[in-house]
Design a protein around this ligand. Sequence first.
Ligand code: A2P
Length: 289
Amino acid sequence: VALAIIYFTTNSVRRGLHHDHHAGRGEVGQAVKTALDVGYRHIDDARVYRNEEEVGAAVFESGYKREDVWLTSKLWNDHHDPRDVETLNTTYLDLFLIHWPIAFNRDGSVYNKELTDDPFPTWQKMEEMVAKGKVRNIGVSNFNIWRLSKLLSHPNITIPPAINQVELNFYNPQPGLLAWAKEHNILIEAYSPLGGDGQVGRTLNLPVVKEIAAELDITPAQVIISWHVQRGTVVLPKSVTPARIEENLQVTRLPDALFEKLEAAAVGHKPQRTLNPSESWGLPFDLFE
Ligand code: A2P
């Protein structure tokens, strides 16, 4: 379980804005410090959240050694041009992801068809960053199977993506992507694991979740996070509330029957994605199709 400390509302991502609605100054740093103190060692950040400095400072001020903390960041859409990929403020990152499979132009306009259709020139720069020791691992985010297969089968690829970070929750459980990624040795990270935009309350109040919580004497959020871990994913719950940050780290192993019950309930309905910026970015296609 990692702390996704970052506030970046769905609407602002949809509009492609970089500055509204993320957690206030100080709030993110405080969340990072709380998280490290209760035992988190993995912080999931991104360039577009505009708080890497605050996160870095919080880690430094916490007194934990850099090598004991796992820091992830993500390349924003307007930096896919090979000339722009390698810009880092830290000595190194543990994981660097291509945030979206959509390349914008360098001036921020949507979209760069060439680099979107073939992300390899961007990927090659990420590979170079590994060779230079700037990043330890590289991966992608929001890639579907088709886009991942295309990248994986590029004749010149030397480092396959280690990670694909995607929306994964009760309403969008993506069993097909999970199985495919496992087969191809790609680890899946779950963002919006509790339900995403507007769906957290609904998820935590599901009868099946509440029943399991009561039976095991844990909270509904702990049921959901434990389920994600048991599905073999890295879970990235987001919170700035100290009690919840602590709560979300207490993972248990669900008895098989209860795990299966929750899994069946999750995959047993029409999937519903909460975050899809295709339309607001004005793309002439759905980026997940
Ligand atoms: P807050 O940051 O105010 O604590 P997701 O990761 O699925 O996008 O969900 C993030 C949202 O869920 C945030 O609004 C966060 O609120 C809330 N949240 C995080 N952990 C819990 C929890 N254990 N119980 C209830 N709500 C939670």
